[in-house]
Design a protein around this ligand. Structure first.
Ligand code: ATP
Ligand code: MG
Length: 403
C-alpha cells in the first residue's frame, strides 16, 4: 500500500510553552526547505503534530531527508483511507499481509480524534484485531512491545493507518536559537562542532580562511564539501571564504616563530567577529578541543579569546578525539576531512608553537601589524556562496587505502 502522508511528532517543542508557535513555524519552514525538491507535498502543522500530505510523491525518497531535520522526535508514514468501517477493516488486513512474518506478535492502537465516529476506540481495537485474526488465526496479541503495532487514527477528514515509527534527529529546529558563525577549517573537528550547534537550533554560517597559492583549490573545495554535508540539516549553509594570504605573510614577517599561531588565531577570531556583526550573528562556533594541539591549551584560549567578548561556543571542547570521530563518521564528514589537502594553519604552522603563550607578549607582537588595513582588505575580499543540500560535489579520488 502506498503511503499518502507522513505524521510528524515534535521533539522538545512540547516543553517550550509560549514559544511553541514560533518553534512549530520554524520547523514547518525547515521541513519545506528540506523537501524543496518535492513541490507537490503540502504541510499542515497544528499544535501537536505536523502532517505532510504526499500528493503522490515517493515516501522512500522523502524519509532520508526528513531524518535530518532537527526538532523532529519521530515520524510515521501513514495511509489515509475512507472513514467507512469496511474500508478501514480491509486496509488493516492488507497491511498485516505485507508485514507479517512467522511468529510475530501484534496489537491495534486506535485513537479517536473525532468522537462522533460510529464506534469507540475499544470497539475499533476489538473489531480490527478480529480482522487480523481472520487473515492469520494463529497470530498472538501482545500489549507490551509487540512486533507489529498498527496505529489507527480516526479524524474528521479520514482514517489514518500507520505501522512504522522512524526516529527523528531530535534537537531544536535550526534557526530557533539565532545565528552563529562557524569557523570551518578542513579538519575533523569543526564540521562536528557545526553539526552539534545546529542540533541545538543555531543557524550556522561557515567562515573559511584560505591562503592561496599556499593553500590549494582542493583545500577550499574540501571545506565547501564539508559545508555541503551540514546543509541537509538546515536546507542550506552560507559559505564565506576569507582571503587570508596577506595576513599570514605579514604575521610571518613580523611575529617571532613561537607566537605565529597565537597571533594568527587572534586575527581569524577578529575577522570572524567582524563578519558576525555585519551579518547579524550572535555567537561564534569553533572546533577547539582542549589539549588536542598546541593552540588548544587553556593558556592559548586566554591569549586568543581576548580579542572579543562575543560568546564562543565550543561544542567539542571536552570530547576525546574518538568521540569526535564517531560523530564525524555518523554525519559523513570523516572521509572528507581526512583527505590530505593542507589548510592555511598547517602550512604556516611553526615547528614549535608556544603551548603557553603570554598575553602581554601576544599583544605586543600583534601591535606590530597594521590591523586595521589588513582586516579591511580581507573583509573587502570575502566571497559568499550558498551551499545547498543537493549541491554536494562528489570527490573523485579514492583515499580509502589511507585508512
Ligand atoms: P579542525 O579539525 O576543525 O581543523 P583542529 O583540531 O585541526 O580543528 P586547529 O587547527 O587548532 O584544530 O583549529 C582550531 C579551530 O580553529 C578549528 O576547529 C576551526 O574552528 C578554526 N579554524 C582553523 N583553521 C581554520 C580555517 N582555515 N578556516 C576557518 N576556521 C579555522
Ligand atoms: Mg585543523
Amino acid at each position: 500500500m502506498k503511503y499518502t502522508e507522513i505524521m510528524v511528532r515534535y521533539g522538545e517543542l512540547s516543553t517550550k510553552g509560549k514559544n511553541r508557535k514560533s518553534f512549530i513555524m520554524q520547523l514547518a519552514a525547515n521541513v519545506k526547505h528540506a523537501l524543496g525538491s518535492f513541490p507537490a507535498i503540502k504541510i499542515h502543522a497544528d499544535r501537536d503534530r505536523m502532517h505532510l500530505l504526499l500528493n503522490g510523491e515517493d515516501s522512500t525518497q522523502i524519509i532520508p531527508k526528513l531524518e535530518k531535520v532537527f526538532g523532529i522526535q519521530s515520524f510515521s508514514p501513514s495511509i489515509r483511507v475512507d472513514r467507512e468501517f469496511s474500508v478501514v477493516r480491509s486496509a488493516v488486513q492488507e497491511i498485516i499481509k505485507t508485514i507479517y512474518q512467522e511468529g510475530m506478535t501484534f496489537k491495534i492502537t486506535t485513537k479517536r480524534s473525532d468522537h462522533t465516529y460510529e464506534m469507540d476506540s475499544n470497539e475499533l481495537n476489538r473489531e480490527l484485531g478480529g480482522a487480523v485474526f481472520e487473515v492469520y488465526p494463529d497470530i498472538q496479541v501482545q500489549m507490551k512491545k509487540p512486533d507489529i503495532n498498527i496505529r489507527v487514527e480516526i479524524r474528521r477528514e479520514g482514517v489514518y493507518l500507520s505501522y512504522e515509527t522512524i526516529l527523528g534527529a531530535g534537537g531544536l529546529p535550526v534557526g530557533t536559537s539565532g545565528r552563529g558563525m562557524l569557523m570551518l577549517s578542513g579538519g575533523i573537528d569543526s564540521p562536528v562542532a557545526g553539526y552539534l550547534s545546529m542540533k541545538r537550533g543555531v543557524e550556522v554560517e561557515a567562515v573559511h580562511f584560505a591562503s592561496p597559492p599556499y593553500t590549494s583549490e582542493q583545500a577550499l573545495q574540501k571545506a565547501k564539501d564539508l559545508a555541503g554535508k551540514l546543509a541537509p540539516y538546515s536546507g542550506s549553509v552560507q559559505f564565506i571564504e576569507v582571503p587570508f594570504t596577506e595576513i599570514q605573510e605579514e604575521i610571518k614577517r613580523v611575529v617571532p616563530q613561537g607566537y605565529l599561531m597565537t597571533v594568527t588565531r587572534r586575527l581569524m577570531l577578529r575577522l570572524t567577529d567582524a563578519l558576525r556583526e555585519q551579518r547579524n550573528g550572535l555567537v561564534i562556533i569553533n572546533g577547539e578541543s582542549l589539549g588536542q594541539v598546541a593552540s588548544q591549551t587553556l593558556q592559548s584560549m586566554v591569549a586568543i579569546n581576548e580579542v572579543t567578548s562575543t560568546p564562543i561556543i565550543r561544542p567539542v571542547v571536552s570530547m576525546d578525539k574518538n568521540e569526535i570521530i564517531e560523530i564525524a563518521e555518523r554525519i559523513d564528514t570523516f572521509e572528507l576531512a581526512i583527505q590530505p589537502f593542507e589548510d592555511c594553519c598547517t602550512i604556516f604552522a611553526p615547528p614549535q608553537p608556544k603551548t603557553r603563550p603570554k598575553l602581554e607578549k601576544t599583544q605586543a607582537y600583534e601591535a606590530r601589524l597594521d590591523l586595521e588595513g589588513l582586516m579591511a582588505r580581507a573583509l573587502a575580499g570575502i566571497k559568499v556562496s550558498e551551499i545547498t543540500a543537493d549541491s554536494q560535489t562528489e570527490t573523485e579520488e579514492d583515499f580509502s587505502d589511507l585508512l
